[in-house]
Write a protein that binds this ligand. Structure first.
Ligand SMILES: Cc1ncc(C[n+]2csc(CCOP(=O)(O)OP(=O)(O)O)c2C)c(N)n1
Ligand SMILES: [Mg+2]
Length: 427
């Protein structure tokens, strides 16, 4: 063994983060700092980022404990807009429930829910223009739902069936919908960050008026792509909204491994000189207001904004995950910022624009809507029954012109398939 070179100094050691609660532990989130709703100031969108770095460490909240909208960040939305947001959030939840069950029934191989995070995507979609370009991660299906995209089309993708616009080439839930301003989801975490910044830079370089918005999880901020995207966005003041969805878990790794023990994720903005906001991600009005503010900044050439949405992943990472193995089962219910759907519903009731009966009726209607869409999509087949795309399409849609070596491989594959004597199974 090597000799200790300097015995008068303490041996060095590493800090290894450890989550507060493990399976079986009682949960108490008292240490989580939650400032009162309405307390955060709202700077003018033209203010330089260095003048409001405090907003990267606080929490913008609009809905108070009595379900009223308070403070400078209240976006003052019409009851009609609030009801439409509530409807989209409830539809997202119903969609998630049904597709989760479809996976458990063997109808598809994989699904990911956004339970507890519905406000993050739905309220943002309401605050953005339809023409703005979204670069989501796999947990922002709410963007498509809030843009009234076809549920049948989404399900076709989940089932990799005959109607799948991506021809079964993507993992279920990795949608791509250019017409809805929804960039192809990539399983490779955070690749969408530099892509979004590049798109925003191109939009500005062309003198266009559309801005970009991008989302990643808090765990994904540990990727190099996140940081190079921040550098480009800051240097060129790209018209982009960079969202970090801090749901506190990255599969079984808690947010401490991405840096949450030392600072906030919004504070990453401070080091880059980017505007930073830390927002109650379960407060649809706060998410809307922050997105609207950041969009105005981007549209007026004030540059990017990084928004941390503080939320909680209420369920498993995906259908392949079992959170009871690594976190306390008490966490989802103890989470102090509550359920975003219940909070927006309570707000609408508090202002006399909604009631329990209408809500229950809407839930029933949405469940029926999702069920009908599922029936329609299943006419095109389900993944559980095998492959639905002609085998020779396997090589399509990647290159504008297929290179010679792929043409050769495709011909070889088809020849072997024919020679094997089992015609390709197209259910
Ligand atoms: C580059 C890369 N590394 C690792 C993975 C495996 N992986 C998939 S999801 C995930 C956790 C991501 O957590 P977070 O960014 O917090 O997003 P969340 O799932 O909480 O929405 C990991 C490690 C991957 N898909 N890509
Ligand atoms: Mg996460």
């Amino acid at each position: 063994m090597a000799e200790q070179p300097r015995t008068n100094l303490p041996p060095l050691s590493l800090h290894v983060p450890e989550p507060r609660f493990r399976p079986g532990d009682p949960v108490d989130f008292a240490v989580v700092e939650i400032p009162p709703a309405g307390a955060a100031r709202r700077p003018d969108t033209a203010e330089p980022a260095r003048d409001f770095t405090d907003l990267s460490y606080g929490l913008v909240r609009v809905l108070d404990d009595d379900h009223r909208a308070v403070g400078a960040w209240d976006p003052r939305l019409s009851p009609d807009r609030l009801r439409r947001m509530l409807r989209h959030m409830a539809l997202l939840r119903a969609f998630d429930e049904r597709m989760f069950r479809a996976q458990r029934q063997g109808k598809t191989s994989f699904y990911m829910k956004a339970t507890g995070e519905e406000a993050v995507s739905v309220a943002a979609a309401h605050a953005l223009d339809y023409e703005d370009m979204c670069f989501p991660s796999y947990r922002q299906q709410g963007l498509l739902i809030a843009r009234d995209w076809s549920l049948v089309d989404m399900m076709n993708q989940i089932y990799s069936n005959k109607g799948d616009r991506l021809q079964g080439k993507q993992l279920p839930i990795m949608y791509s919908a250019r017409e809805a301003g929804f960039f192809s989801i990539s399983g490779n975490l955070t690749t969408q960050y530099p892509q979004a910044v590049g798109w925003a830079m191109a939009s500005a370089a062309k003198g266009d008026t559309r801005i970009a918005a991008v989302w990643c999880g808090e765990g994904s901020t540990a990727e190099g792509d996140f940081h190079s995207a921040c550098t480009f966005a800051a240097v060129y003041r790209a018209p982009v909204i960079m969202n970090v969805v801090n749901n506190q878990w990255a599969i079984s790794s808690f947010s401490g491994f991405a840096g949450a023990e030392s600072t906030t994720f919004a504070a990453r903005a401070v080091g880059y000189g980017i505007a930073g906001l830390r927002v109650d991600g379960n407060d649809a009005l706060a998410v809307y207001a922050a997105t609207q503010w950041a969009a105005e900044r981007a549209r007026t050439n004030q540059g990017p904004t990084l928004i941390e949405h503080f939320t909680y992943r209420a369920e498993g990472h995906s259908t392949s995950d079992d959170p009871t193995q690594y976190r306390s089962a008490g966490e989802p219910n103890a989470w102090p910022l509550g359920d975003p759907v219940a909070r927006l519903k309570a707000h609408l009731i508090a202002i006399g624009e909604w009631d329990e009966e209408r809500h229950a009726a809407q839930d029933r209607e949405l469940a029926e809507q999702v069920k009908a869409a599922q029936k329609e999509a299943e006419k095109n087949g389900i993944l559980g029954h095998g492959l639905h795309q002609p085998l020779d399409t396997l090589f399509d849609g990647v290159f504008e012109e297929m290179p010679w070596h792929l043409r050769e491989q495709q011909a070889q594959m088809m020849a072997e398939e024919t020679a094997s004597g089992r015609p390709w199974d197209r259910k």
